[in-house]
Design a protein around this ligand. Structure first.
Ligand code: MN
Length: 282
């Protein structure tokens, strides 16, 4: 007997049959601290295969999510512009088939690559410990530390909300305030967080970007730039109620670094299913 294929959630659907398309983007060329997010797509796949299909908390059968796994983008390590073209090609293929891209990085710069493929630019809702708003970092414009800034140049700063921020440098913070970037810092992530997010994203086409370092490192140690403290798994899942008020058009999960911990990839796999099922239960 052959084992099921090495796909996310053991899925075997084709792109033409799917509502969601899992795509690995194992690009981690600008990481400045703990490298290794290139290993995340396969690590997340491995963990996803062990998740049982019935979710008790939501009374939901995960097999009802029409999801396919397209494998990984053949990224060009160290070459951002070539990687950008390759990611754009793959994401365009997904969008042409009317499916929602579910991209697993890789570093946070992949969000810019994925968004470049959209003709109609969505609202960018990011969960991140970092502001990622530097003009450049180590003389590199397309660095993980500049990801939100580059996305802003692409879709407009007014179309961004970053949640969970607790780390930045003074210069980028000054720029962010000057350019009108919306963010909810970690201190403001209280029990009204869900409502605060809904107020801003209601009625919009939303692209969700989850940098796993937004979580408290006690819950997710295996990230490139851990930043204690942080939000909890339950707090994040509670926020996902925003999906009832928006149209989800894309999702990425970034910055998981499997060499430093083997639990974070399990949390990541679980969260991908949570996002998709919360988007199904409207
Ligand atoms: Mn971050």
């Amino acid at each position: 007997m052959f084992s099921s294929p090495f796909t996310f959630g053991r899925r075997e659907l084709k792109l033409s049959e799917a509502k969601y398309a899992f795509l690995g983007i194992p690009y981690d060329s600008s990481e400045s601290y703990r490298a290794g997010s290139r290993f995340a797509p396969n690590a997340v796949r491995e963990s996803s295969r062990e998740i049982e299909d019935y979710d008790f908390l939501e009374d939901f059968d995960l097999l009802d999510i029409k999801l396919c796994d397209l494998g990984d983008v053949d990224v060009s390590f160290g070459n951002f512009s070539e990687t950008l073209m390759r990611v754009k090609d793959c994401v365009r293929e997904i969008l042409k088939n009317m499916a929602i891209p579910v991209c697993v990085g890789g570093e946070h710069t992949i969000s810019y690559c994925v968004l470049s493929a959209y003709e109609k630019k969505p609202f960018f809702l990011a969960f991140d410990a970092h502001l990622d708003f530097r003009r450049e970092y180590l003389n590199e414009k397309f660095s993980h530390a500049c990801s939100v800034r580059r996305v802003g140049e692409l879709i407009g700063y007014e179309n961004i909300l970053v949640v969970g921020v607790r780390s930045a440098d003074k210069e980028e913070l000054k720029d962010a305030k000057k350019l009108g970037l919306k963010f909810i810092d970690f201190k403001s992530c209280d029990d009204k967080l869900h409502e605060k997010i809904v107020k801003i994203v209601k009625g919009k086409e939303v692209y969700l970007s989850l940098d796993m370092d937004v979580f408290d490192p006690k819950e997710a140690r295996g990230v490139c730039n851990p930043e204690p403290p942080g939000i909890s798994y339950s707090q994040f899942v509670d926020c996902l109620g925003f999906l009832r008020h928006t149209k989800l058009v894309g999702f990425d999960l970034v910055e998981v670094a499997p060499p430093y911990d083997s639990y974070t990839q399990i949390l990541a796999a679980k969260l991908i299913f949570k996002v998709l099922l919360k988007n199904e239960v409207r």
